[in-house]
Write a protein that binds this ligand. Structure first.
Ligand code: 4NP
Length: 157
């Protein structure tokens, strides 16, 4: 089993979107028994909460159901359980690098650079902005999720 963890700040907007979108693509590829998906936040503010209502609404419009997801905080042990630890922005990445135990094999990295066709390297935080921000989050996450799935599929061959 390959374990993938998406990480943002609050675990209520960007990383739950990535979890839902990537899980949907994994299911469509028939790989649910091979790839496990989770998400977490670097901050503790929203632990136990469902994703932001704007995040859920935008995702639902594109066929992704995020309603069952609940926020949790990233912990050092995640680095011993996950094969991919993917940060939404550089600040998330810096927090993860500080949290990573010395014995961990996995190295956290930014999610978007997996997709060559994306010019953005960070998923912009939509929390304090308008509806268009949530669409942009979905746009870039859909593209990067395709790239991640291709990377994992070629590693399985
Ligand atoms: P996320 O967005 O990191 O994509 O979940 C945010 C959620 C909450 C806050 C900031 C960003 N906040 O300040 O509470």
């Amino acid at each position: 089993m390959i374990h993938v963890l998406f990480v943002c700040l609050g675990n209520i907007c960007r990383s739950p979107t990535a979890e839902g979108v990537f899980r949907h693509k994994v299911e469509r590829a028939g790989l649910s028994e091979v790839i496990a998906v989770d998400s977490a936040g670097t901050a503790a503010w929203h632990i136990g909460k469902a994703p932001d209502s704007r995040t859920c609404a935008a995702a639902r419009q594109r066929g992704y159901d995020l309603s069952a997801l609940r926020a949790r905080q990233a912990v050092a042990d995640d680095f011993l359980r996950f094969d991919w630890v993917l940060a939404m922005d550089a600040s998330n990445l810096a927090h993860l690098q500080a949290l990573r135990p010395a014995e961990a094999r996995v190295v956290p990295q930014l999610f978007l650079p997996l997709a060559d066709e994306l010019t953005l390297s960070e998923v912009p935080d939509p929390y304090y902005g308008g509806a268009q921000g949530f669409e942009q989050v979905l746009d870039v996450i859909e593209i990067a999720s395709d790239a991640l799935l291709q990377r994992i599929q070629s590693s399985l061959r």
